[in-house]
Design a protein around this ligand. Structure first.
Ligand SMILES: Nc1ncnc2c1ncn2[C@@H]1O[C@H](COP(=O)(O)OP(=O)(O)OP(=O)(O)O)[C@@H](O)[C@H]1O
Ligand SMILES: [Mg+2]
Length: 675
């Protein structure tokens, strides 16, 4: 991509050949580091260099390794229709015909075309004054032609009238400074491994452009000039331009494919293609779900936390399933509540809870109960392991009977208002059911055994806060999927009961994906989230884990936003297949730094750098060094706060009279700081 300087060189932007050749060689030399550093001239006051000395310096210069040595092809053969660069076939085309009408972003199909090619645009501003003079002459000519036709009594010529109208319009726009005229040249160079591929690629590109009536021809007999024109040297050696006004030229802006800025939403980061800002609102996408994939420590949780912090400012409610207790800092800072789920914790959730005040179809009598029974069925299968078809049937009936014990049946209206049963009731029902004893015994682990108290009590968790974090770090490994299931079910009931804009973040989502029942449950809520104004973010380290589950792929296809960050070379291939990444994108992911990645929203792909401010970073980092430094700082501050109190006591014991004046002053500020 090259753009000539604003001011056109003399002679209407086309320099004299010698002048140009000189310009080219010095520009190339500069770019490639070829400019002689040792001038060969003697310094002032020194004896002039002898011929031998000059020769020696010249040889020394030649012996220095230059950029050119590194990038130059080993050989280059220029043919009529192509160049052979090492083993590669190269061909350049130029555009010779533009359509009358062209629309913004018409280039995106070519820019996104998956092939190796280079494209150059040369835009030369024309001198408005000369153009105006020319147009005036043209208008006069057309007018007199029209008049002559009229005088001779011949019927009017519509082409002449259209030409007159176009010319007049252009004159108006130029005179007002709304438009400018440019010479626009566009060249494309393609690369292929042999003649056959080159021909195929040529046909592909010609048909992409030809479909828009942008017609091209190969730069026959000028292949070398064509090729240099598309190198990033800003050298137009073909000089095949067409007149265009500002509006038409602007439609060929090629960055539109990777541009991703909306006028509302939150800042995700910086677009690494063109350094613009990536600002958008995920709730404007077809659904607000997102997946984040990356290796450990690449910045997945960091990105999610940054996003939730910024969405909080837009008034969105945030719900988090946090398996590492790493959202605590953030949650405290924004005044959210965190609910640790563990045997020791006082917080309890009853999986038998039914949602209240559900709207629409689901509010029909029986629907609420039916949906809850299906969810509970999945949960108990997770607790019980594999079940035989008979056991499956018994379990289903037992759950319904358990509800019936509390007078909740398919006929009950607003079942959510009746106190629900607990797991104790289910165990009792199973005990008295034929074939249910084994299941009852396994479930007793949760009612009387080592996990008693966790899931078999009435719910005592309140959810009216703008950020709620469920922490499950202190739970045994085997209980985690169960706890996440229960917490999600609980949240899902609340989400359906009250219409609000919400984000639900499930960190380390593989916990759920490893079992079919929990994966199915997650898929179920991901699929329906949109209708409840909910965006679900799933965060996963291992793509393979996720995709191996039969529900992994549907979860991805039901998420409009994907954030891929650093990948290990071992996993990147499966990711490439999954997301149809180009080789360039794959390479970019393997070589990404912490906080870098590719963001996919619908068909748009943007290479992005997530950027957090220092205050944000302090709240959301998990880097051990930074966390330790913060802890130390906190201690220091606490110590600093404590010091004035000591001073305050000292004078009081020594000199009461003096202290009466000094105490209030010393005492006041620390109190305020602490509140
Ligand atoms: N965009 C970023 N800017 C600055 N630092 C970052 C960024 N992203 C991540 N980091 C740093 O990297 C650390 C690790 O990131 P994070 O906790 O998000 O890793 P992760 O991908 O969630 O890893 P794990 O899978 O192990 O949980 C962060 O605590 C932070 O210090
Ligand atoms: Mg993490």
């Amino acid at each position: 991509m090259a753009k000539k300087p604003e001011t056109p060189p003399p002679q209407k932007s086309i320099p004299a050949p010698e002048q140009k050749a000189q310009q080219k060689s010095s520009l190339l030399d500069g770019l490639l580091g070829l400019e002689a550093k040792t001038s060969g001239k003697a310094q002032e006051g020194e004896a002039p260099l002898t011929k031998e000395e000059k020769e020696a310096l010249k040889h020394y210069d030649e012996g220095i390794q230059k950029m050119l040595d590194l990038i130059a092809p080993a050989a280059m053969k220029v043919n009529t229709k192509s160049i052979i660069l090492n083993d590669e076939y190269v061909r350049t085309f130029y555009v010779y015909n533009w359509p009358n009408f062209i629309y913004p972003n018409w280039l995106s199909q070519l820019v996104n075309f998956d092939a190796k090619f280079e494209m150059a645009h040369f835009i030369y501003p024309s001198d408005n004054k000369a153009i105006m003079r020319m147009l005036r002459k043209k208008v006069t000519e057309i007018r007199s032609s029209i008049r002559m036709l009229e005088q001779r009594g011949i019927v009017r010529d519509p082409t002449l009238e259209a030409a007159l109208q176009d010319a007049e319009e252009l004159r108006d726009l130029l005179a007002r400074g709304q438009e400018k005229l440019f010479q626009f040249g566009m060249y494309v160079t393609i690369y292929a491994e042999d003649e056959l591929h080159l021909k195929k690629l040529q046909t592909d590109i010609e048909s992409i452009l030809g479909g828009k009536l942008v017609l091209t021809k190969p730069a026959m007999f000028q292949m070398e000039h064509g090729w240099t024109s598309t190198l990033p040297l800003c050298l137009d050696e073909l000089e095949i331009g067409r007149n265009m006004n500002t509006e038409s030229v602007s439609t060929s802006f090629p960055f539109s494919s990777s541009d991703f800025t909306q006028d509302r939403g939150i800042l995700y980061g910086i677009n690494r293609h063109n350094d613009s800002l990536v600002i958008f609102d995920r709730f404007t996408l077809p659904n607000a779900n997102s997946n984040i994939f990356a290796t450990s420590g690449a910045g997945k949780s960091f990105t999610a936390k940054m996003e939730m912090l910024r969405y909080l400012m837009l008034g969105v409610e945030i719900l988090v399933i946090d398996p590492e207790n790493e959202y605590t800092n953030l949650c405290e800072a924004v005044g959210g509540s965190f609910i640790p789920l563990s045997i020791q914790s006082p917080f309890r959730i009853n999986p038998f809870d039914l949602p209240q005040a559900i709207r629409g179809e689901e509010a029909a009598a029986g629907e609420t109960l039916r949906a809850s029974v299906i969810n509970l069925h999945g949960l108990f299968k997770l607790m019980l392991g594999t079940l035989s078809p008979t056991e499956d049937g018994i379990l289903d009936k037992a759950i319904l009977d358990t509800y019936a014990l509390r007078n909740i049946t398919f006929e009950t209206k607003s079942p959510g208002e009746i106190p629900p049963p607990t797991m104790h009731d289910l165990v009792d029902v199973l005990m008295t059911t034929e074939g249910g004893e084994d299941m009852a015994k396994t479930l007793q682990k949760y009612t009387e055994g080592s996990f008693a108290g966790l899931f078999d009590k009435e719910t005592n968790v309140e959810l009216d806060n703008k950020m709620i974090v469920f922490q499950i770090r202190d739970l045994e490994e085997q209980l985690r999927p169960i706890a996440i299931y229960i917490a999600l079910n609980f949240l899902w009931n609340r989400i359906r009961s009250e219409f609000k804009q919400r984000l639900l973040v499930i960190d380390e989502a593989w916990n759920l994906m490893q079992y079919e029942d929990s994966a199915r449950f997650l898929y179920g809520i991901v699929k329906r989230a949109r209708k409840y104004y909910l965006g679900i973010t799933t965060i996963t380290q291992d793509v393979d884990d996720f995709v191996e589950s039969p529900y992994g792929r549907p979860i991805i296809t039901n998420s409009s936003l994907q954030i891929l960050m650093k990948q290990s070379p071992a996993t990147v291939d499966s990711l490439q297949k999954l997301f149809y990444l180009t080789d360039g994108e794959k390479y970019l992911l393997v070589n990404s730094d912490v906080g870098q990645g590719i963001l996919f929203a619908g068909y748009k792909h943007v290479a992005i750098q997530m950027i957090a401010g220092p205050e944000e970073t302090a709240l959301i980092t998990t880097k051990p060094q930074e966390v330790a430094a913060q802890a130390a700082k906190k201690e220091e501050e606490a110590a600093a706060l404590a010091t004035p109190d000591i001073q305050e006591e000292l004078p009081a014991s020594e000199d009461v009279a003096q202290s009466e004046e000094s105490i209030p002053e010393v005492e006041a500020p620390p109190e305020e700081e602490r509140t």
